[in-house]
Design a protein around this ligand. Sequence first.
Ligand code: ATP
Length: 321
Amino acid sequence: MANHFRSPRDAGAAEEPNAPATTPQAQATPQDPDDQPELEPVKVQTATIRETTPVSADDFDPSTQQGYTSVFAPLRDESAPAVNRQGKPTIAMKNVTKIYPAQPNKPALEDVSLEVYPGEFVFLVGHSGSGKSTFLKLLTRELKATSGTVMVAGQDLSTMRNYKVPYLRRQIGCVFQDFKLLPDKTTYENVAFTLECIGKPRSVIKAQVPEVLRLVGLQEKMDMYPDQLSGGEQQRVSVARAMVNRPPLLICDEPTGNLDPAISFGIMKLLERINRSGTTVLMATHDREMVDSMRKRVIALEAGHVVRDQEKGGYGYYGAL
Ligand SMILES: Nc1ncnc2c1ncn2[C@@H]1O[C@H](COP(=O)(O)OP(=O)(O)OP(=O)(O)O)[C@@H](O)[C@H]1O
């Protein structure tokens, strides 16, 4: 059995001001210690997840551990009204323009203003080169806007000092097309690494990692390395890693881009479930079928402009280019 509890190799990396949000150490969030509701395990693709106790050698009550937060939040009632758009938005962009120095006459984004509220599920669609990745990178402060204001979770990224950026990124889970797993770490270790890097106690890690792996249906593959997993399984590890600390915002850049349709559907159902437990999800995608079947809010970009912002929208005509 792999050593789940070895020290992080470079826990200090979490505090690097410019650590990209693509890394596990960038993903975390403030915790609510009272948030420990139970939830039925999810059915992922064809595998039924058995109701088991968390895989742990020790018999202890994780909820008594300081810093423990269950990843199993209650699901929002599906028949409940759509998201309440009052209060503080998770994302607020006002007149945002981004110009790359290499293309000074062609803004990648121009005068973009929009708001995304807590609990929303939003698809970001558009042709290749329309500005989707630029949009997402502005939210993690991988890029800074040339002008305008970008607010995430109430924080103004335009004026945020570099040393605060890692703390911002702890509130944003990221899932990418190419998974970005650490190849020399097991499933368990890949997820645990996120918590290790932000200094979570070993007892908390030991409780939360099996719990989140159970949620994504990988509790029986905890000791496998990424190259022993299928693409869909790897993506589920990366989803587990992104949400192990229950970030309020989950950003997904083409999360199903490398997966076949059936597997993609399982990933989308997982993301939808995470969303229904309160996490705001923003997903850039070219997956027309997925967007059309989910009927969520759709924001469409064309040449750096928002050309559509539609409740329960479809993909639109972006497939040909
Ligand atoms: N580092 C960069 N330097 C200069 N121009 C860039 C840079 N990154 C992106 N661009 C340009 O900005 C525009 C938007 O690119 P972006 O990557 O955001 O599009 P996208 O919608 O994510 O595309 P795709 O769907 O292919 O990933 C494009 O014209 C692109 O060429």
